[in-house]
Write a protein that binds this ligand. Structure first.
Ligand SMILES: Cc1ncc(COP(=O)(O)O)c(C=O)c1O
Length: 410
């Protein structure tokens, strides 16, 4: 192997692809054929969605589950169940997928960002506390990459101020905070089964809770305001049609069976890779938190220090890494308080409310700085979950490619 970087014309460290995602077998095929032949393709007549709701809720240690078409709608429905609407504020992290914020905005609420903890990249409870106002209705922590946020402190803040606590667990199937699976530690939890996720049906979502009233409200909201056991054309509230199809649940039931074995493999490979990176200057995984008793390993997030790489930017580093054949990597999120769509939506709210909004040079609202989220956006290197389903030799190739770049630039 030469030391010349692949980006400069040298031989890449790796030429073969990482494991493909998603994975399926005859389990998915059998379930899908069962649905097809049953003629019951919708959740109200079939049994797959109900079975998945029961099994997944139980898997997360929750009493109830309501399946919906995707994680975005799971968040939106859960916020609606918490009473969020126009005039309310919802506090969340700026370092998340835009859907977390969109769910609040879609209900006419204002989204307010609390900066992240630089160690975990999850929302910082101290920042949440400073952000609470009399208009705050809910807090939405995100278990980023599968690592639970600090649920003890967030729960205490939500109870002290009488706020709803919705866990965005869209990346956190099976994750545990101090021995408890996430999702129903707060009032409600939302999960996604979109294509990139650790269990997937292409699209899909679920809301879980231990609160019977919220569970019934979610069931009604997702089924056009019907009540369980009520007449077909009797509607108690204005809801939506958010019913998952039997096709999605057929695939998810099979995916859930496979999850524990895949989770163990991801965990073992993540620990091995973290160790291997210990030898490489200027890069490393986020520190382990002993209160996180199970990480869902959706993302293996590393922090890149340009000083150890001759001052080259994280994006140059990623280009070099991909050229070495390490393709399942990403620079990660642009923080939401810097995202035009969110800033435009907040400008429109200011106009509606006839309130004043500080404006930046680009004409859009200037949102308060979140320096840790901004730093994460410049320094984070994400490795996707399916890379962790490989062999140890796959982890060795990742560490070797990074070490090769460091030797060349450092
Ligand atoms: C943190 C987070 N929240 C929300 C979502 C939205 O889920 P979906 O894509 O299923 O709508 C996703 C995933 O895409 C996510 O990663």
């Amino acid at each position: 192997m030469t030391n010349r970087l692949a980006i400069d014309g040298g031989a890449p460290v790796r030429r073969h692809p990482f494991p493909r995602w998603p994975v399926h077998s005859e389990r998915e095929e059998r379930n899908l054929l069962d649905v097809l032949r049953s003629g019951q393709w919708g959740a109200l007549a079939g049994h797959m969605v109900q079975a998945f709701e029961r099994r997944f809720a139980e898997f997360q240690g929750a009493r109830y589950g309501v399946c919906v078409p995707n994680g975005t709608l799971a968040l939106q429905m859960a916020l609606k169940a918490l009473g969020v609407g126009p005039g309310d504020e919802v506090i969340t992290t700026p370092y998340t997928f835009i859907a977390t914020a969109n769910a609040a905005l879609a209900l006419g609420a204002r989204v307010v960002f609390a900066d992240i903890d630089p160690a975990s990249l999850n929302i910082d409870p101290a920042q949440v506390e400073r952000t609470v106002t009399p208009r705050t209705r809910a807090i939405v922590p995100v278990h980023l990459g599968g690592q639970p946020a600090d649920m003890d402190r967030l729960l205490a803040i939500s109870r002290q101020h009488n706020l709803g606590l919705l866990e965005d667990a869209c990346q956190a199937w099976g994750a545990e905070w101090r021995g408890r699976r996430v999702g129903a530690i707060g009032d409600l939890g939302a999960f996604s089964f979109q294509s990139s996720k650790n269990i997937s049906a292409g699209e899909g979502g679920i809301v879980v809770t231990n609160d019977e009233r919220l569970a019934e409200l979610c069931w009604s909201l997702h089924n056009v305001g019907r009540v369980r056991g009520g007449a077909w054309y009797y509607h108690e509230i204005v809801g939506w049609n958010l019913r998952m199809t039997e096709w999605q649940a057929a695939v998810l039931l099979a995916q859930l069976e496979r999850l524990p074995e895949q989770a163990a493999r991801r965990e073992a490979n993540a620990c091995y890779l973290a160790d291997a990176l210990g030898q490489v200057p200027g890069i490393g995984p986020l520190p382990a938190n002993p209160l996180v008793t199970q990480h869902a390993r959706h993302l293996f997030i590393m922090r890149y220090d340009p000083a150890a790489y001759g001052g080259r930017s994280r994006d140059e580093f990623l280009r070099a890494l991909q050229a070495e054949g390490i393709e399942p990597v990403s620079p990660g999120y642009v923080p939401l308080h810097r995202t035009p769509a969110i800033r435009r939506a907040l400008a429109a709210l200011c106009q509606e409310e006839r309130s004043l909004c500080a404006t930046a040079a680009d004409g859009l609202p200037e949102l308060p700085a979140c320096p840790h989220a901004e730093e994460a956006a410049e320094r984070a290197v994400w490795l996707f979950q399916y890379a962790l389903l490989g062999e140890r030799s796959d982890m060795d190739s990742i560490a070797e490619a990074i070490a090769k770049i460091q030797r060349a630039w450092g």
